[in-house]
Design a protein around this ligand. Structure first.
Ligand SMILES: [Zn+2]
Length: 268
């Protein structure tokens, strides 16, 4: 019998994430196996405790006249946000990528965080605040890897928020390219409520979209997304699933969001 998921807040997240946890070792094994089956190459770029930090890379299936697009995805930088690595695994299993896209995927940037079920690494450092003047071994290794990659046309960083009332996203689009935000929100709306608050994380929001109107150079600490927009991409989204909902809903929401963003690059 199929379990019927109630699409409503569970009310569990008092003072932090209190929902389901995942067996990150098993998920990383599945990720590597599935990636290999579908022709991705894996590259280890560092270590974190017992874990290898790794990136996956897939060349375009088609060599078309169209210019290739280069897309970067990452997740698992916060160890109390299990929907991200699960969404990465699902996307690999479904294997529906734009045929002429070159893809990079960092499926878990903080595996020890998942063992501890906490946002930070083993030393209590939030890796997603360490991209301006990096101090942690994990971020230094990740940036060294990023510096060896080409520029990306799009980045997607998959996260969760334990406090939010629904899904929302941050857009960084300094050149005013055609936005993917409304397309992503429309796709997720069918699966999961959107956080329609006018203020989310102290920033003005509109229909689940935050467009941070700030220059990263004025910020003392950089998230991965700030590093990417300053160095490697001119369009990107941080996707935030609401972790007070059931885990499968959040995974479905992130997968739908990624697929909606990638649909732009599905050429006939
Ligand atoms: Zn996060």
């Amino acid at each position: 019998m199929r379990e019927i998921l109630r699409v409503e807040r569970l009310g569990k997240n008092h003072g932090g994430y209190r929902g389901e946890t995942i067996d990150i070792r098993a998920i990383l094994r599945d990720l590597e196996t599935t990636a290999r089956q579908h022709g991705w190459a894996g590259e280890s770029f560092g270590r974190q405790g017992e874990f290898s930090l790794f990136a996956l890379h897939r060349k375009p299936e088609l060599r078309s006249q169209n210019a290739e697009v280069r897309i970067y995805l990452s997740t698992g930088i916060h160890g109390d946000e299990p929907a991200g690595p699960l969404a990465a695994l699902r996307l690999l299993q479904e294997n529906r990528w734009p045929a002429d896209a070159e893809l990079w995927l960092c499926p878990c940037l903080n595996p020890v965080g998942f063992v501890l079920n906490r946002r930070e690494n083993a030393d209590g450092k939030d890796l997603n605040r360490d991209y301006r003047n990096p101090q942690t071994a994990e971020t230094l290794a990740h940036i060294a890897w990023l510096e060896r990659q080409p520029r990306f046309d799009l980045y997607l960083c998959l996260h969760e928020d334990w406090e939010s009332h629904g899904f929302y996203l941050y857009e960084q689009n300094p050149d005013s390219q055609p936005s993917l935000a409304e397309t992503i929100i429309a796709a997720v709306k069918a699966i999961c409520p959107i956080d329609l608050s006018e203020t989310i994380e102290d920033r003005p929001a509109n229909g689940g979209v935050i467009r941070p109107n700030l220059d990263p150079r004025t910020r003392p600490q950089w998230a991965e997304a700030f590093y990417l927009i300053m160095n490697q991409a001119r369009l990107g989204y941080t996707l935030e699933a609401p972790s007070d909902f059931a885990l499968p809903i959040r995974v479905n929401a992130l997968v739908a969001a990624v697929n909606a963003a990638l649909a732009r690059f599905n050429r006939p």
